[in-house]
Design a protein around this ligand. Structure first.
Ligand code: 5AD
Ligand code: SF4
Length: 439
């Protein structure tokens, strides 16, 4: 009997890509593929790509270059590009890298088995449609690729907000929410497979509005119903837009014990002029007021954000307002980026800020954000947290997991098993993790 065909997937970008890679592996399992951790063994290599910044997209071409030798040695090897670069640059990828056999955009993953079959028989397969049919319905096979106690679950995809810097509306399409029954069924299946924490995903997850049989389900309702699932202990969601943080969702942080006290709420800039130019549709004061309401509901919540420096037109004064907002909010964790012009987005056409200025501002912002993160972590020392343990750590006898605040926590304790939630006293803070002792 011929050995099973082997699939190697490399995932770039956001958590939704991690989820999508799992679903693609499940879809291809139906066509006889098992996953492998090494490209050398693979019959099919899939790169699941990200287009959010230029650097992210350029990585794909250098990664493809690395597979040239493999492809020359084994002409049967098939190479595919999935994800947001595939969606944005499908035809061009095939032109620039003729060794690519298959290109598939995020809305066509359910068609992967037939596209792969075409590639296997020597043809080129490209699908960057935005099909009418329900991708998730068709992808709803068993979640067999699932390992470990935490899982992502996409509930909403796409975006209609058109921030002037962002490719997402073009690569992921318009906002779509999955029906609540579909989400609930997938969550139950995950919990049956040992999952204890689910992170609900969407490019605009708090804009979720699922069409339930009894009417519209906003995200707060979905979280409330998920919380009733026995065995599901923790719920998180990401990523959110400030304008969609409704009262019900804020109240959920106060009322729903299973909703973890962590919120990623990007603001991008602290300057009203820049926020307007970005088409964010709120002011810095609106955001700060919103944070105040969220903190009133859940005083210990750990806040995270995203920032862009050097957006077209950003002056030193605008940047100073971003720094002031960061000072005022005080983040536990955050991501910050230099503005990267993306083809086809409005801001790419505007006058650009010099690269050296962007770099210098980014360094100043990151210094402040890092100081806030370190202060938040040091403040945990001596405190008791609850940790969901996920896997062994790098040192012998070590286990790592996440606290309710999403801090990585490690302990050295032979009694701890993956999948357990234990009370831990934090004893030390390292740059990107905490150490503790099981109580
Ligand atoms: N340049 C730089 N950063 C960007 N982001 C999105 N588009 C761009 C861009 N063109 C950042 C935003 C967003 C995060 C996912 O990536 O901060 O919230
Ligand atoms: Fe990257 Fe955005 Fe696509 Fe995620 S949705 S892979 S962040 S471009």
């Amino acid at each position: 009997m011929r050995d099973a065909k082997k699939l190697f997937i490399r995932t770039y970008g956001c958590q939704m890509n991690v989820y999508d890679s799992e679903r693609m592996a499940e879809a291809l399992a139906e066509s006889g593929y098992v996953t492998t951790d090494s490209p050398e063994d693979a019959d099919l290599i899939l790169l699941n790509t990200c287009h959010i910044r230029e650097k992210a997209a350029e990585k794909i071409y250098s990664e493809l270059g690395r597979y040239k030798g493999l492809k020359a040695a084994r002409p049967d090897l098939r190479i595919g590009v999935a994800g947001c670069v595939a969606q944005a640059e499908g035809e061009e990828i095939m032109r620039r890298q003729p060794m690519v056999d298959l290109v598939v955009g995020p809305q066509s993953y359910h068609r992967l088995p037939e596209l792969t079959a075409r590639a296997e028989s020597g043809g080129k397969a490209i699908d960057t449609d935005f099909p009418e049919e329900d991708k998730f319905e068709k992808l709803a096979g068993p979640r067999r690729a699932r390992r470990g106690p935490t899982a992502f679950l996409t509930v909403q995809e796409g975006c209609d907000k058109f921030c002037a810097f962002c490719v997402v509306p073009y690569t992921r399409g318009m906002e779509v929410s999955r029906p609540p029954a579909q989400v609930m069924a997938e969550a139950r299946e995950l919990v049956e497979r040992g999952v204890r924490e689910i992170t609900l995903l969407g490019q605009n997850v708090n804009a979720y509005h699922g069409a339930g049989e009894d009417g519209d389900w906003p995200l707060a309702r979905l979280i409330g119903e998920l919380a009733k699932i026995d065995g599901l202990e923790r719920i998180r969601f990401t990523t959110s837009h400030p304008n969609d943080m409704d009262d019900g969702l804020i109240a959920a942080f106060a009322e729903c014990e299973k909703l973890m006290p962590y919120l990623h709420l990007p603001v991008q800039s602290g300057s009203d002029r820049i926020l307007k130019a970005m088409n964010r549709r709120h002011t810095a004061a609106d955001y700060v007021a919103l944070i105040g309401r969220i903190r009133a509901a859940r005083p210990d919540i750990l806040l995270s954000g995203d920032f862009i420096v050097g957006f077209p037109g950003e002056t030193e004064e605008d940047f100073a307002r971003t720094m002031a907002l960061v000072e005022e909010v005080n983040y536990g964790q955050a991501y910050s980026f230099k503005y990267s012009p993306r083809p086809g987005t409005p801001a790419a056409e505007r006058d650009q800020v010099e690269e050296a200025v962007k770099s210098e501002r980014l360094a100043r912002l990151q210094e402040l954000l890092d100081a806030q993160q370190q202060a938040a972590q040091k403040a945990m020392v001596g405190r008791e947290v609850s940790v969901l343990f996920e896997k062994p750590g790098r040192m012998a006898g070590q286990m790592v997991g996440k606290s309710q605040y999403l801090h990585a926590v490690h302990v050295t304790d032979p009694s701890v098993r993956a999948g357990e939630i234990r009370a831990v006293r934090i004893t030390a803070s390292a740059p990107n993790s905490l150490a503790g002792e099981v109580i």
